[in-house]
Design a protein around this ligand. Structure first.
Ligand code: ZN
Length: 288
């Protein structure tokens, strides 16, 4: 049994409009789905990804309007790495991102979104098949190709974490750097020493990261995590996939989501993201 790779990463934004402008209009991702937080239906939940909303390409946000900016601390992801086809594309993006750029070297371009979330474009030339959206302002040869990696803060020495390697199947490359080889794509996961201030969940922070499981293996994953590490949530139905949640030992909230049924469940693939889709238990709140 192997995880199929990354499924999605979920963040918090204080302003859904700005978020859509940045990720759909500027970065050129597809706005795949507009729904609500199933556990807190007064909050919007926005999904962006490639043209089909393929696992491995998906970034999602809960909107809490006007939320104060948060700050990444121990047990929180502090940067997400998005692929571009090669180092040549970094010039295109440096020009397009303008003031949002915070740093640059030969292989990467660092920038921040309107909520202050740190992002990095990296040359994705080590084998991941591209997961692209089409956008009239972004030539296909420079389009973002999906998620390549994420880095979190840890309070512990960068020794091998057994829950990652023995339970979840990550490979420890040494010094807190890991690689998850999925069925088609791989993902780079790493820990950095934490800053000496407490983290605070808020706008511009990552809420959780989700790994992808075959639909028929999720319960086996749940059992394996319960045996090894104790707490894991029961299975939650997210309509587009089913999810379980647990904290890995360094504190990062992990989810394991099923591949199916996917975002075309309640919308034609041509029209993904156009209507506000509500889970049936919250449909009576549509006017609100
Ligand atoms: Zn999730």
């Amino acid at each position: 049994m192997r995880l199929a790779g990354l499924h999605h990463v979920t963040m918090i934004t204080g302003d859904a409009q700005e978020n859509v402008r940045f990720y759909a209009d500027l970065l050129g991702l597809r706005f795949v789905k507009k729904t609500v937080n199933f556990d807190a239906p007064e909050a919007y939940h926005l999904y962006f990804g490639d043209e089909q909303g393929t696992p491995g390409s998906i970034l999602t946000w809960f909107e809490f309007p006007g939320a104060a900016r948060g700050r990444a601390g121990i047990g929180m992801i502090h940067v997400l790495q998005l692929g571009v086809p090669g180092a040549d594309s970094l010039d295109f993006w440096a020009a397009r991102l303008g003031d949002a750029v915070t740093g640059r070297d030969e292989r990467s371009l660092r920038f921040a979104d309107p909520d202050g979330l740190a992002l990095e474009l990296v040359a994705a030339d080590d084998g991941n098949p591209p997961l692209r959206a089409s956008n009239p302002d972004v030539p296909a040869e420079h389009a973002i190709t999906g998620l390549e990696g994420a880095r979190a803060y840890s309070a512990y020495a960068p020794v091998e974490e057994g829950v990652l390697t023995q339970v979840l199947g990550f490979e420890h490359l040494g010094r807190g750097e890991y690689r998850l080889q999925g069925s088609e794509r791989h993902f780079h996961w790493a820990y950095d020493p934490a800053p000496h201030v407490a983290g605070r969940q808020g706008a511009g922070t990552v809420h959780h990261i989700a790994w992808s499981s075959r639909d028929d293996e999720q319960l086996a994953w749940r059992e394996r995590i319960a045996d090894a590490d104790g707490y894991v949530s029961d299975v939650r139905d997210r309509d587009y996939f089913r999810s379980i949640y647990f904290r890995e030992p360094r504190g990062v909230l992990f989810e394991i989501a099923t591949d199916g049924p996917g975002f075309a469940l309640d919308e034609d693939p041509e029209h993904l993201g156009e209507a506000l889709k509500l889970p049936s238990q919250h449909e009576h709140l549509r006017d609100q």
